[in-house]
Design a protein around this ligand. Structure first.
Ligand code: NAD
Length: 454
């Protein structure tokens, strides 16, 4: 059996170790899930709804505990971590309404009645990254359970603690044994076994595009359904007619939240050339004003990066010859600290413009007109998120329709609400999570024709 030593990213102290599940343990959990799923799906819809509401209540009672675990395991600022735990509760509450609303259709046909049923898929494997360990887990397990599936879930190696606790809370709240099992472990062992296991009928994968492609290829072997939430290189497009003060004041929070370890990070700021210099003047104090510090402090806005390895990868984008416009502050001493950093790349093909950095580093680039802004925003293999700052409503809509991206916000950086769909275009992913249709994505449509012939 192998294990991971868990390190507090803020001070490099050892939190403990977590044992990895073996392939035999995964197979055992899936076998139990197959049996448990049949009973779970056979419950009255109102009973499944009530069980999910009890799970939500258990999470509500543990918000502070979960938040503090995330502070220590992932280095998230406490205010953000509390929001994340509350978000898990809200996602469960939202999907607790779904079991009683899994509506089929009645389709007019000759000679009888045609009706459709939304049948659960069976056992669903959810594979979670380290950047938002609790929230991303809940986007998979809550709608999957609501639709009558059982779930096996693998947290990321570095950040398993909140997912493990959510698994315990599910059991403590009375969710039947085997319906939701958390299996910490390696991607190459536990994750790959989810993908290859014949009784896991759908995979929800959130993580890098590179691994996502392998997961998709693996799912092809057994024609397994797959949802992919992958990388991003989103644009924050600032037009000359925008409220520049607001655009500059909010831009740091559109990219540096969670220390930039956010698939929706607006890590390219595109600014209309006529206001480029003025925007940078306004951006500088906003970046220097980001409060970077101890994650447990209520005032902290940005914590450390998740690990030494990830810190070193982010640092590789800020080489000695990088054109750094200005930087914010960060603590010195132990911990994987990295200051908010603003780059002025020499060209649109610079690595800092094309690759996902997943850290607090943003590239600012000028554009000429609306067509150039859309072309530049779309000049990426990714298409996850983005923002548009303009006072012109027509332009806001034209550019929103023009940008090839799944989640856009105008004059704000909002992208995730549990009640609205979330997911990417192009190599940012496949399928959608959250919103009113997410539970249906965990079903197969069954069509039944009843003859009315005498
Ligand atoms: P990663 O791809 O390295 O790992 C993600 C998960 O996959 C982990 O649990 C890992 O153990 C597992 N895994 C690794 N190899 C596997 C394999 N061969 N088979 C099955 N599972 C395997 O990604 P990461 O570094 O943890 O997360 C960062 C990435 O996630 C970034 O690219 C980010 O953009 C992306 N992300 C996307 C979204 C979204 O919603 N689009 C959200 C958050 C993060």
């Amino acid at each position: 059996m192998t294990s991971t030593t868990l390190i507090n990213p803020a001070d490099e102290s050892v939190l403990g170790t977590i044992e990895h599940a073996t392939i035999a343990e995964v197979d055992d959990a899936v076998a139990r899930a197959v049996v448990a799923q049949r009973r779970w799906a056979a419950l009255a819809p109102a009973e499944r709804a009530a069980a999910l509401r009890r799970f939500a209540a258990a999470v509500d009672g543990a918000v502070d505990e979960l938040a503090r675990l995330e502070v220590r395991n992932s280095g998230h600022p406490i205010t953000q971590a509390r929001w994340e735990a509350e978000h898990v509760r809200d996602v469960l509450t939202y999907y607790s309404a779904a079991p009683e609303r899994m509506l089929g259709s009645q389709i007019p046909v000759a000679g009888g009645i045609d009706i459709t049923f939304l049948e659960p898929i069976g056992v669903v494997g959810v594979i979670v990254p380290w950047n938002f360990p609790m929230t991303i887990a809940s986007w998979g397990f809550a709608p999957a359970l609501a639709a009558g599936n059982a779930v096996v879930l693998k947290p990321a190696e570095w950040t398993p603690l909140t997912a493990v606790r959510l698994g315990e809370l599910a059991r403590e709240s009375g969710l039947p044994d085997g319906v939701f099992t958390v299996l910490p472990g390696r991607g190459s062992v536990v994750g790959e076994r989810f993908v290859s296991h014949p009784d896991v009928r759908k995979i929800v994968f959130t993580g890098s595009t590179e691994v996502g492609k392998r997961v998709m290829a693996g799912c092809a072997d057994s024609v397994k359904a797959v949802t992919l939430e992958l990388g991003g290189k989103s644009a924050n497009v600032v037009f000359a007619d925008a409220d520049l003060e607001k655009a500059a004041a909010t831009a740091p929070y559109g990219v540096f939240e969670n220390a930039g370890q956010d698939c929706c990070a607006r890590s390219r700021i595109l600014v209309q050339r006529s206001v480029f210099d003025r925007f940078l003047e306004l951006l500088e104090p906003a970046v220097r004003g980001v409060v970077v510090g101890a994650p447990g402090d209520e005032a902290t806005e940005m914590g450390p990066l998740v690990s030494r390895a990830h810190h070193d990868r982010v640092a590789s984008f800020v080489t000695d010859d990088a054109r750094v416009a200005f930087r914010g502050t960060a603590p010195t001493g132990p911990g994987f600290w990295f200051p908010p950093t603003v780059l002025l790349p020499a060209s649109r093909s610079d690595r800092s413009v094309t690759e996902e950095i997943f850290g607090p580093v943003v590239a600012v680039l000028p554009f000429d007109d609306e067509a150039d802004a859309i072309a530049l925003a779309n000049d990426s293999v990714y298409g996850l998120s983005g923002s548009i700052f303009t006072r012109d409503l027509g332009r806001a809509l034209r550019v929103s329709r023009g940008i090839e991206s799944g989640n856009l916000s105008v004059n704000s950086h909002s992208s995730v609400r549990y009640s609205t769909p979330f997911g990417g275009f192009k190599q940012s992913g496949l399928g959608r999570e959250l919103g009113p249709d997410a539970a249906a994505a965990f079903t197969e449509t069954k069509n039944v024709f009843l003859s009315t012939d005498a």
